[in-house]
Design a protein around this ligand. Structure first.
Ligand code: EPZ
Length: 455
């Protein structure tokens, strides 16, 4: 049906050594135990790109064994960067011999990833040009790159659209500029950071994203020799420097993975300690978790999440940019909300198509209705956005096993949780997609006592 997705999934599975792309789960058993989370997918991949900006090698620690890391490794190698694994989870990235790569070569490695767009700034600094193929990524909306290209143009890049991608040059080098993003986009903020850091002069970025992963990227750039100030009201000021050196850095933990396992504990009546999770970066999630009726205990080296045995409660949630409730947290949480007593409403305000995964949950017995234009009458904290949708989740519902297909990364993890919570057997195909962002999830399921097999 969707051969692109199937192929992406198979490739992702292969990259991390998964023997199969389909899992059979016998659900209805609580997940109990401890698992560890390492560096965040949404930082590690960008930190690897940042190494391109230096003239000496960088060392990145806490690198998870996920497919997206392999994708970026391949992309860097295609551009002449030597990437060595010093030990599990520790990469040395040597940019001494950066060279150009063409569309076909980049495409061969990029797969469905959107990371190539972030190569623009570093390649313009190192080589004076960049080729970027048409981009993929999870199919959760249009996911355009207009903010990226407009920011690059403001910094002096010349963007030429070709049949199979775009070609960028910077005849006069990149030059600092005043840029205001139409929306605090994570990727576009990273684009400006990675491009302006070695530009001539100062760049002022307004309406910037301030996610913890962005702050960690700024910390890395500062280690490399950059001068970047984060000012009030989403303003970031970057004073360009001529040269940057390599960094040594341990990546921030994966908040999205931690929140996903937390929701899995709730949905399966389980008790999961997520080693490596930290409270500060999860405060918004923890507030919602508590409102739903989930319990948590902040430990020295992680957070324990558990179902207290009393009925879960419905909530109203709107996804938002940081410090709001992340769009990547709603999918696993919705599975837990199918078990709450009453009606929950989840508004998705960041992407325009991120409730596709709910169809499979309904097949399993959930009662979820998606309103494509949101629900105007509901009083909320986040202002309405034209692209938003709402999911109305009525519970509790009895989930039963079904055959489902992973549509995207976070939606796929929610299918996994639903199958684990459901009575009976589920077969989930395309689980390779889940390995794009969930490290060793098969091993972790085993550690938590899940009953399953790869087939
Ligand atoms: C990052 O995507 C993450 N991906 C996403 O995680 C995450 O959901 C998202 O940030 C929001 O936090 C990575 O870090 C690799 P955006 P990104 O630019 O940077 C619109 C996951 O599952 N937009 O903040 O691509 C866009 O369409 C993934 O881990 C434009 O209109 O997200 C969206 O509506 C999925 N034009 C909004 O901005 C542009 O040029 C936010 O996107 C760029 C974005």
């Amino acid at each position: 049906m969707n051969s692109h997705l199937d192929l992406d999934s198979r490739k992702a599975a292969q990259r991390v050594g998964l023997t199969s792309d389909t899992i059979v789960i016998r659900g209805g058993k609580p997940l109990n135990g401890r698992i560890e989370v390492r560096g965040a997918k949404n930082l590690v991949t960008k930190a690897m790109v940042a190494a391109l900006l230096a003239d000496t090698p960088s060392i990145l620690k806490g690198v998870p064994e996920i497919s997206d890391v392999h994708v970026v490794k391949g992309l860097l190698e295609a551009h002449g960067v030597v990437v060595d694994e010093l030990m599990p989870g520790e990469l040395r990235l040597d940019p001494s011999n950066v060279s150009s790569a063409h569309f076909a070569e980049i495409n061969a490695h990029a797969g469905s990833s959107r990371i190539p767009i972030l190569f623009c700034g570093p390649l313009l600094h190192q080589l004076g040009e960049a080729f970027i193929p048409d981009l993929g990524g999870c199919r959760i909306g249009d996911r355009p790159i207009d903010f990226h290209l407009n920011a690059l143009r403001a910094l002096g890049a010349v963007v030429e659209k070709l049949d199979d991608g775009i070609h960028l040059t910077a005849p006069d080098g990149l030059i600092g500029a005043n840029i205001e993003l139409p929306f605090p986009s994570v990727g576009a903020t990273e684009q400006v950071l990675l491009s302006a850091v070695r530009a001539e002069g100062t760049t002022e970025l307004k309406n910037a994203a301030i996610e913890p992963e962005i702050m960690d990227l700024i910390a890395i750039l500062q280690k490399m020799g950059a001068i970047i100030s984060v000012e009030p009201n989403r303003v970031i000021v970057i004073e360009g420097v001529q040269k940057l050196r390599g960094y040594v850095h341990t990546a921030i933990f994966d908040r999205n993975e931690a929140a996903s396992w937390a929701s899995a504990a709730l949905a399966t009546h389980g008790d999961i300690t997520v080693g490596g999770a930290k409270q500060q970066e999860l405060m918004t999630f923890l507030n919602v978790y508590r409102k739903v009726g989930g319990e948590f205990e902040v430990l020295e080296d992680g957070i324990r999440f558990y179902h207290p045995g009393t009925p879960l409660k419905p909530v109203m949630v709107e996804t938002d940019v940081h410090p709001g409730f992340m769009t990547d947290w709603q999918q696993p949480l919705i599975v837990a909300l199918t078990q709450a007593e009453g009606t929950s409403v989840v508004h998705e305000t960041v992407y325009e198509n991120r409730f596709g995964f709910t169809d499979a949950l309904n097949t399993m017995g959930a009662d979820i209705t998606v309103h494509q234009s949101g629900i105007a009458s509901i009083t909320r904290r986040v202002p309405r956005r034209p692209l938003e949708q709402a999911a109305v989740v009525t519970g509790p519902t009895h989930l039963t096993g079904a055959d489902v297909r992973v549509p995207d990364l976070r939606g796929g993890f929610s299918h996994l949780i639903a199958a684990l919570a459901a009575e009976g057997t589920s077969t989930i195909s395309n689980v390779g997609i889940i390995s794009r962002g969930y490290e060793l999830f098969i091993d972790k399921l085993e550690q938590l006592g899940a009953d399953f097999e790869l087939v």
